[in-house]
Design a protein around this ligand. Structure first.
Ligand code: FES
Length: 114
């Protein structure tokens, strides 16, 4: 199994709503990208909420958990840290998160190669 990581062009910055998210398909996988305007930061995680396996996190609600950015699923409000992917409701599932970088108005997400 390859552990090499590559930066993949994901979206234009204007494609992601301020204080909101959008879903992009990268390497066959749905990735949710978020723009937290107050911190001028970008985050990415799997679009799939592990609670009921629904691909909805890009439509979730951005928030803050003791200074840590989080996304709350729009269906049953389970929350995940956007720094670690950890479930913040004390449940034992998590989502995968991905580094995001912005260059020249484009957003890149770092994914495992292949
Ligand atoms: S499917 Fe996301 S909280 Fe239930």
């Amino acid at each position: 199994m390859s552990l090499n990581k590559v930066w993949v062009e994901a979206a234009k910055t204007e494609d992601i709503p301020e204080d909101g998210g959008a879903c992009v398909l990268l390497n066959g996988k749905q990735i949710a990208i978020f723009h937290l305007k107050s911190k001028d930061q970008w985050y990415a995680c799997d679009n799939l909420c592990k609670h009921k396996m629904q691909s909805v996190l890009s439509r979730g609600i951005l928030g803050d958990h003791h200074g840590e950015p989080k996304i709350a699923c729009p269906l049953h409000k389970k929350s995940y840290s956007l720094l670690t992917g950890k479930n913040l409701n004390g449940e034992d599932y998590a989502v995968e998160i991905y580094p995001v970088k912005m260059e020249g108005g484009l957003l890149y997400v770092e994914l495992a190669e292949g």
